[in-house]
Design a protein around this ligand. Structure first.
Ligand code: CA
Length: 706
């Protein structure tokens, strides 16, 4: 394949040059004489846990950076990473060291003040696992305890590293071989144990959470979130109860219920709360004979942290059939509810409702929709159940239903934050509808998604259609009063998929966006106070820490993952995707290099004859096997190549070499042989060529980057 060499060479060059770490020396004393600073200002303030503290509020007690001083907030240092995969992680700052998890689970440690790299660890994730990953090789972070860093890899390993040296201490396989599980969530730690879930509900798995001993890596306990085959013994007593809420032969499809992101731990109650994901397949007539609540999909479940024993659960979406996961972050607070001080847990799951529960008992205290919702009219306060609308049951309608929220959710993994001073929760909201329509003749598939939902592939290459889609895809930073269950203020945003949130005692809310900015707003009124042009989409949440009296803000840029590809990839395709750690302080002296904008011309394949029957078959195959990674209409997602622009799509043998012979397997493009035949592969290629020709017809003949 001599024609492949130049391309691969270019990839290698850009990969290595992206590793350069730039640092700006910065010895300026802080100018905080007039600002309100705590008495003992030399003490380090860490960001030790995923959500800052066990309360998971993503609230920093630091106030050196505030409405008055923020005009002096400047970059101090940064570090670049290979621009592949999207950056979703929350960094940790412990003992003056910043720990950063990046795509493909490569972990870096830096001196958190100077940016000097101390070590890096590459677990050499098996690239072929990408075929079982819904949303790219992303990770949301690592955990720290007892001088160790815990990282969970996309291919299912939980690894302990020495926090000082980065040397591997132990590694545990947390998923069965060939099980189609992936891990993107951050591990959590408590009581000498490290907890980890997994993802894969779209691919037909059975969810569970495991606890491992932090010293030895030995399995301490495992809690399955859905019951298995009732012909076999249930792993714990509550699963026998859970099985009464399932019907048909659900275990053959896995059932779903993966805990792919959030867990919160309350040390006082010794409860571990797990956020449980959606069911699989989505269509309840296939999954559960169309009946039942299907415990514990889309639920918050409280477990005894020592034993993994069930304590209580609250199901946000009984019998979930919409991909309305309850995996979103869960925040603790003490709130005055109707004159009574309650220990609450708060969540804004995908389904569009904001829930306040008593975290000791699971009692529903209040719920209200925080965004447009058309699948339910509200939550019945007596039963705690949603009241479904007629159109919610899409599987009964041959035409399907268009519903708010979409499967992407009114709120996805991008963490919300709670500020105890303002009393508001700040939610990154996604506003777009989803087409819910059943596939005809559902069959369980051993490769690719197996949800039973028709994967739509709108012809977004048409600029007119794209502008309509863009109008539908909006975002909002919403300040929500959790006691009154109503909005306080909001900032409207051009796209969905904006970044996770940080809020501070300086009265600020920090959030990155899909337009390439890190923003700061007033916590009380949302007034725009500051923004920094990062030249790249930011979806990850920022953190804050203090070293030697200086407050820092740190955040990753780089789009990727499911919403990154919808919002960042399709709508904001003109923005170069830069995977980068950005660290700020008052009067920082760092500068970013000018972004390189590579204008690429659309290859001209006008002369290629496309048999409409073949390209139609190709469209169906593309939607099932390729679209998740390569985007609608083959136009990429800002991470994977825009296939309409790839010279390889123009040549039958070259396309086959990639798709069937696996010549690019090292990048994550696994071989699809023998799932796809050479003839089917050519059908897909002809569909891609057709998309290229449609783009040319529409006058869409160049783009930036890939
Ligand atoms: Ca899902």
């Amino acid at each position: 394949m001599p024609f492949l060499r130049p391309l691969i060479l270019v990839l290698l060059v850009s990969f290595t040059s992206n590793f350069a770490v730039a640092q700006a020396s910065d010895n300026n004393a802080p100018t905080n004489a007039q600002t309100k600073t705590p008495v003992n200002e030399s003490t380090e303030i860490e960001w030790r846990y995923h959500g800052g503290t066990y309360e998971d509020q993503r609230y920093s007690t630091l106030g050196q950076i505030n409405a008055r001083t923020i005009k002096d907030l400047k970059l101090t240092w940064f570090a670049d990473y290979p621009a592949y995969g999207g950056q979703q992680a929350t960094p940790l700052m412990v003992n003056r060291t910043l720990y950063v998890a990046t795509a493909w689970n490569i972990v870096y440690a830096y001196d958190a003040a100077s940016g000097k790299e101390l070590w890096r660890f590459d677990p050499a994730v098996r690239r072929a696992v990408l075929i079982d990953a819904c949303c790219g090789p992303v990770t949301r972070g690592v955990a720290y305890a007892d001088g160790k860093i815990f990282t969970a890899t996309l291919d299912g390993r939980l690894i302990a590293l020495d926090a000082a040296s980065g040397k591997q201490l132990w590694s545990a396989e947390t998923v069965p071989e060939g099980g189609r599980y992936t891990i993107t969530g951050a591990p959590r730690v408590a009581n000498g144990m490290v907890f980890i879930g997994n993802g894969g509900a779209e691919f037909g798995v059975r969810g569970y959470v495991s606890a491992y001993n932090i010293e030895t890596g030995a399995l301490a306990w495992r809690f399955y979130t859905v019951p298995g085959d009732p012909a076999k013994p249930f792993e714990n007593p509550i699963l026998q109860e859970a099985a009464k809420t399932w019907h048909g032969e659900w275990w053959k499809y896995g059932g779903g219920g993966t805990v792919w992101d959030s867990m919160s731990y309350d040390p006082e109650l010794n409860l571990l709360y797990i956020g449980v994901g959606n069911s699989t397949p989505y269509d309840p007539t296939i999954r559960t004979a169309g009946m039942g609540d299907n415990w514990f999909v889309s639920s918050i479940v409280a477990l005894n942290a020592d034993t993994g024993a069930y304590v209580w659960h609250y199901q946000t979406t009984p019998g979930d059939s919409w991909d309305y996961t309850a995996t979103q972050n869960m925040i603790f607070a003490d709130l005055d509810i109707r004159g009574e001080q309650r220990k609450v847990i708060m969540q804004a799951p995908k389904n569009g409702f904001f829930y306040v529960l008593d975290r000791q008992t699971g009692e529903l205290l209040s719920a209200n929709n925080f965004s447009k919702v058309t699948w339910a009219t509200g939550i019945d306060k007596e039963t705690g159940r949603p009241v479904l609308t007629g159109e919610a049951k899409w599987w009964l309608n041959p035409e399907g239903s268009v519903l708010f929220p979409s499967t992407g959710g009114a709120h996805n993994w991008h963490p919300m934050a709670f500020n105890p001073d303002s009393g508001y929760v700040y939610i990154p909201v996604n506003i777009y509808s989803g087409n819910f329509r059943a596939v005809e003749d559902y069959q369980y598939r051993s490769v690719g998604r197996t949800t039973g939902l028709l994967a739509g592939s709108p012809p977004l290459a048409d600029p007119k259609v794209r502008s309509v889609a863009s109008e539908r895809l909006q975002g909002r930073l919403l300040a929500w009063d959790p006691i009154k269950q109503q909005p306080a203020w909001s900032v409207e945003q051009a796209n969905s998929g904006n970044g996770g949130v940080l809020t501070t005692a300086g009265g600020l809310v920090f959030q990155g966006d899909t337009q390439g900015y890190l923003n700061a707003f007033g916590a009380d009124d949302g007034s725009p106070l500051w923004r920094f042009n990062a030249h790249s989409v930011i979806i990850a949440p920022p953190i804050s820490y203090r070293i030697d009296g200086q407050q820092y803000i740190a955040v990753l840029s780089g789009k990727g993952g499911s919403l990154g590809r919808i919002a960042g990839g399709v709508i904001n395709e003109d923005m170069t995707n830069i995977s980068r750690l950005l660290v700020f302080k008052l009067n920082g002296k760092g500068t970013l290099p000018e972004p390189v904008r590579l204008e690429v011309a659309l290859p001209n394949w006008e002369d290629t004859k496309v048999d409409p029957q073949r390209s139609k078959r190709g469209a169906g195959l593309y939607a099932h096997y390729c679209m998740t990674c390569h985007g609608v209409s083959a136009q990429g997602n800002g991470i994977t190549p825009d296939l309409r622009y790839s010279p390889l799509s123009g040549i039958t043998d070259a396309f086959k070499a990639v798709v069937l012979d696996g010549v690019m397997a090292s990048t994550g493009m696994a071989s699809f042989s023998p799932v796809l035949t050479p003839a089917q592969t050519e059908d897909i290629r002809l569909y891609v060529v057709q998309q290229n020709q449609l783009a040319r017809k529409a006058g869409d003949v160049s783009r930036v980057g890939r």
